[in-house]
Design a protein around this ligand. Sequence first.
Ligand code: 5GP
Length: 113
Amino acid sequence: MEKTLFEKIMTGEIPGQIEYEDDLCIALRDINPQAPIHLLIIPRKPIPRVGEASKEDQATLGHLLLTAGQIAKNLNLENGFRIVINNGEDGGETVPHLHVHLLGGRQLDWPPG
Ligand code: 5GP
């Protein structure tokens, strides 16, 4: 199967600023940041989207959120941050490899567009 964009970044075929990595995921700086801090927490496993995750992905999905929370703490985002997961066309997903957006460093609006 063709590698996803994020898999190519993980293997170094495409450049990317990886800020953190472990055996289950990486944290990549978004190429088009929407806030002073905008990282993508991406599982090494190319799960396309939350709606296609399975029971066997439960630990990985939990790990993504815990990692996002820990990174927010490390980056001193004690004033707040936002976690976003876009799913499918209406959800605004553009890269079909599951990723958690971690946004912070400014007041974020609600509701989102
Ligand atoms: P989505 O729209 O699927 O929720 O999020 C995809 C994100 O990936 C977008 O925020 C977009 O800016 C980011 N992105 C797209 N291509 C690249 C790339 O080549 N490198 C990096 N670091 N981010 C990318």
